[in-house]
Design a protein around this ligand. Structure first.
Ligand code: ATP
Length: 360
């Protein structure tokens, strides 16, 4: 089922504008992630699709039909919450079968459906247990099983992995990806974890203050973030975002950024202020000075396992910036020494205000 949101606005009593005239189209069978900082409106958007929140204005359509005025029970969506919302006094079978009980499906049929889904989610051995007797990962699978058992047209997940520890979270992520591929049900997934969104989604919407800043495939969002906000939000190590200025000299325009002279995208006027973005992974370290490098002093080394994150403090007169570089393991520079961070020009992103202007 497709999901279509038109001019969706939600103003809470007290005046908080959680959604601000938001438009969004989600395709049939898509695994779609809503990503953004705390308070940007992700949960409100998901709840509006579910029918748990009434929009102040705008419309929600599912499968081409306007459902704005329909209650949650008539929208054919299943929502999995962060805390799983399992019934503690019911066993696993009863929990999974609960929505079918509400739909008045006869007991034998709903228990058969629960057993079938439980088998698929490796819960067959646990059917007689109560939630309190299950691990976090098992509880999460029961919540998923309950959502799947009623065969909804749309899945809505609100941070379903956030209560799991790091290892289980990775396992559950792979599991969820396979399950969605297999079922092919349109899925909207809220997360504030950019790694999770990149790993799982066909497309990602990055939200900020009730609006969508960018929608795109994970590689698009990662490699061509539309604004410095999106750039700062995506990536396991934060992108270097440095103020710079266009200087048009005898040999054409160049960017002057944190002590480096770098190639400029075409068409920028002399004196224009820009933001220069380069990921630490796309920056190399040089032990000798170079014109196209940011000079600095090695301030911090952070072990990332197979690589090391190096933080340089700008050595520039009056400079107060930090630049980060990822170096392969075994190539760490000494702390306190001078070093030069060399951005790979083909990977650089240049922003003029909130607009990406290079590379073209
Ligand atoms: P988080 O990642 O922290 O869950 P979120 O992106 O899901 O955040 P929402 O929960 O959608 O954000 O909240 C968006 C804004 O609306 C916030 O400023 C929040 O405080 C406000 N808000 C949410 N629910 C209500 C409510 N029932 N009454 C008043 N304000 C609310």
């Amino acid at each position: 089922m497709t999901i279509s949101l038109r001019g969706l606005t939600k103003v809470f009593p007290g005046g908080v504008r959680a959604l601000d005239s938001l438009d969004l189209e989600i395709g049939e069978g898509e695994f779609f992630a809503l990503l953004g900082p705390s308070g940007c409106g992700k949960t409100t958007l998901l709840r509006s699709i579910a029918g748990l929140e009434t929009p102040t204005s705008g419309a929600v359509a599912i499968g081409g039909a306007d459902v704005t005025a329909l209650p949650p029970g008539r929208r054919d969506v299943a929502m999995v919450f962060q805390d799983y919302a399992l019934f503690p006094h019911m066993d696993v079978t009863a929990n999974i079968a609960y929505p079918l009980r509400i739909k008045k499906v006869p007991r034998a049929r709903r228990e058969a459906a629960a057993a079938e889904v439980a088998g698929r989610l490796s819960l067959a051995e646990l059917l007689g247990r109560r939630p309190g007797q299950l691990s976090g990962g098992q509880q999460q699978r029961v919540a998923l099983a309950r959502a799947i058992a009623c065969r909804p047209k749309v899945f809505l997940f609100d941070e379903p992995l956030s209560n799991l520890d790091a290892r289980l979270r990775l396992e559950a992520r792979t599991f969820l990806k396979r399950l969605q591929d297999e079922l092919g049900v349109t899925t909207v997934f809220v997360t504030h974890d950019q790694g999770e969104a990149l790993a799982l989604a066909h497309r990602i919407a990055v939200m900020d203050a009730g609006r969508i800043t960018q929608v795109g495939a994970p590689s698009e969002i990662f490699h061509r973030p539309a604004t410095p906000f999106v750039a700062s939000f995506i990536g396991s190590t934060p992108m270097n975002l440095l103020p710079g200025r266009v200087v048009v000299g005898a040999s054409g325009p160049a960017l002057h950024v944190a002590g480096a002279v770098l190639p400029a995208p075409p068409g920028l006027p002399d004196g224009e202020e820009v933001v220069y973005g380069i990921r630490p992974e796309y920056t190399d370290l040089s032990a000798a000075p170079r014109e196209d490098a940011f000079p600095g002093t090695v301030a911090v080394l952070e072990n990332l396992g197979t690589s090391t994150l190096v933080t340089l403090e700008s050595a520039r007169e009056g400079g107060d910036g930090l630049v980060q570089v990822v170096v392969p393991e075994g190539q760490e520079p000494p702390v306190g020494g001078a070093a030069w961070a060399v951005p790979r020009p083909e990977r650089a992103l240049v922003y003029r205000g909130d607009r990406l202007v290079g590379p073209r």
